[in-house]
Design a protein around this ligand. Structure first.
Ligand code: CA
Length: 233
């Protein structure tokens, strides 16, 4: 049953919302909670030199993702959008020794960095890199009978394809499997109607569709650039 929040404006305004994370408070949060390995720290420093560095997930987000994987005891994971490998290391480290992560990306240069750090982090054996468009890789997995077998999927790739990744994820996940979707608050642009670029509109439509989709349980968190958790029913 969906609640009509549009008619509950007053209640929502009065409700306790998430704390505003000033730079100072964010630094404090990091200082008392982040446990980042030297390899991940080095990867973050190297990635900062790339022009697309903002595509890397926040370290506290990676740590959060690791915890989720540990809680659910996931062994089979899929990532769409590898970039330089920070999130895949966080996922793979949380998987058991026999765990497996299929990592999808199309960029050879970035994933070469990722592979170098996967080896340094000791998780290369757990990760299978597939250099091809994510939608195609997901279709191939479904064709080869891997539907309903994944415990965990992380989507962080082409925003215009989010709904396509989502529909395939629902087929690939087992019941009770967890889907995480990155950048759902898109630097706040999703809430600004004057922003009408393709990616913003795509994320807005994506968010609205998931809200209405009773195939999943949903929670959207203001972690980093906005993170949606969806559990397949
Ligand atoms: Ca991202």
């Amino acid at each position: 049953m969906l609640i009509d929040y549009a008619n509950q404006g007053e209640n929502l305004t009065m409700a306790r919302k998430s704390i505003t994370l000033t730079d100072t408070l964010h630094e404090y949060l990091i200082s008392v909670s982040l446990r980042e390995s030297d390899v991940l720290k080095k990867l973050r420093q190297e990635t900062a030199k790339y022009p697309m560095a903002e595509m890397q997930i926040a370290p506290e987000q990676g740590q959060f993702m690791s915890i989720l994987i540990q809680i659910m005891g996931a062994t089979k994971a899929l990532e769409v959008g590898v970039f330089t490998g920070y999130s895949s290391i966080c996922i793979a480290l949380a998987l058991p020794a026999e765990g497996r992560l299929i990592a999808c990306d199309i960029n050879e240069e970035w994933t070469a960095v990722a592979q170098r750090y996967w080896r340094q982090a000791g998780v290369a054996e757990k990760i299978e890199l597939v250099l091809a468009p994510g939608l195609n890789t997901m279709d191939r997995l479904l064709e080869s009978g891997e539907g309903s077998t994944f415990d965990f999927i992380f989507i962080d790739a082409e925003k215009a394809n989010y709904l396509g990744y989502y529909e395939r994820s629902l087929k690939l996940l087992r019941r009770g499997g967890l889907l995480l979707v990155d950048n759902v608050l898109w630097s706040g642009r999703v809430a600004d109607p004057s922003e009408q670029d393709l990616d913003t509109v795509a994320i807005r439509i994506f968010n609205e569709q998931l809200h209405q989709d009773d195939r999943i349980a949903i929670s959207m968190l203001p972690v980093a650039d906005g993170l949606t958790l969806a559990v397949k029913r």
